[in-house]
Design a binder for this molecule. Structure first.
Ligand code: FAD
Length: 326
């Protein structure tokens, strides 16, 4: 029996987010021959993004467009998505494990009476034999799970699946426009979203993260890290220690109660390596630690360790990378 996979596409500032293409790849890996891949895009001003998505092997792209959907609001997004999803009757819904996906997936799972798995990092097998792997206990162990029947709602951790490449000979996807009338009984209305880290690379999608801890000592202490991140085209992150001390915004916090990142390179500067911090970064491909304490626990998870003062080491690294990368 042919199954229907639906990807809830996420966009930011007029562009399809990378994690959506990764969720597409995850769904495509689980799909068997003959299964149908579809996507739903929600927001306002969606035409160019629908075009962008149509380069991928999707049979339909459902658009839910309304000025009232410009900003994510769990109530309005759930209300807008449910009728469309009930109409498509997908067997599996895939989303990115982003702020939106983490919030929306359990709501959809509950409303659709679906099995729900969050923060999947790999999968094997296809169809009902798909086995999903998730990190548990702050990354100290992995669990493998499968669903007992359909439907499913799955979120995939950013940077863990390769992005699905565009189709070489795309059959143009059918664009289906869905109606949405905002309810007057919404209990919350998002009026505006003010970005505090304008123009920077999204931390959860960055290939390189340069992260600072309490060892950075002040707001100004983050400047050398920002410079290194800029030379490497990466993003700046932080430990909760640095956020609590007021050296940076909580939007940068990585860890159990912050963001989970899995970049190709994670450079931890002046971070001790508490278990709650490791929960947010220990799955990074290569971990570099810079700490003046040779006994700091971060060195236990690091692939490369530099024992030294970050205020000496980081500018030297920046200088060398600048020479190499131009
Ligand atoms: P510290 O532990 O103080 O480490 C600072 C490090 O900097 C030291 O290792 C020191 O040797 C080094 N250093 C100092 N000066 C220099 C220098 N000049 N050059 C090089 N190295 C230097 N933490 C998180 O990060 N994320 C979370 O999401 C999170 N969630 C939590 C949830 C709960 C429920 C609890 C209880 C705690 C949580 N924490 C979290 C806090 C966590 O336990 C640690 O307190 C925190 O990670 C410590 O931050 P830090 O490594 O920056 O600071």
């Amino acid at each position: 029996m042919s199954r229907i996979y639906l990807i809830v596409a996420e966009q930011r500032e007029g562009k399809i987010r990378q994690v959506t293409l990764e969720a597409l790849q995850a769904a495509a890996s689980s799909a068997a021959d003959g299964d149908r891949m579809t996507a739903v895009l929600i927001g306002s001003g969606l035409d160019s993004m629908a075009n962008e998505l149509s380069a991928y092997p999707l049979s339909e792209i459902h658009l839910i467009e309304h000025a009232g959907l410009q900003y994510y609001n769990p109530e309005s997004y759930t209300a807008a998505l449910l009728p469309v999803i009930e109409n498509i009757r997908p067997d599996a819904v895939f989303l990115g494990h982003t702020a939106l996906g983490r919030d929306l997936a359990p709501a959809l799972g509950a409303k659709l009476q679906a099995g729900q798995l969050s923060d999947v990092i790999t999968l094997t097998g296809t169809g009902e034999d798909t086995v999903f792997t998730r990190a548990i206990f702050a990354g100290k162990a992995f669990e493998k799970k499968r669903f007992n029947g359909y439907p499913w709602v799955v979120t995939v951790r950013p940077n863990n699946f390769p992005a699905l490449p565009p189709s070489s000979s795309p059959q143009p996807a059918q664009i289906v426009k869905a109606d949405y009338a905002p309810s007057s009984s919404l209990r919350t209305i998002v009026q505006d979203v003010v970005r505090q880290t304008g123009g920077k690379i999204d931390l959860t999608e960055a290939k390189i993260v340069v992260s600072g801890g309490r060892g950075v000592k002040s707001r100004d202490g983050f400047k050398p890290l920002e410079e290194l991140a800029s030379v490497l085209n990466g993003a700046v992150g932080a430990s909760r220690g640095a956020c609590d001390a007021g050296y940076c915004d909580y939007a940068l916090q990585i860890g159990q109660t912050g963001k989970v990142v899995t970049p190709e390179i994670y450079i931890a500067c002046g971070i001790s390596g508490a278990i709650q911090h490791l929960a947010g970064m220990s799955q990074s491909r290569v971990i570099v630690a810079i700490n003046k304490d040779p006994e700091a626990p971060i060195f236990k998870v690091a692939d490369y360790g530099i024992v030294g003062d970050l205020f000496e080491v980081v500018p030297l690294l920046t200088e060398e990378f600048r020479k190499v990368l131009g």
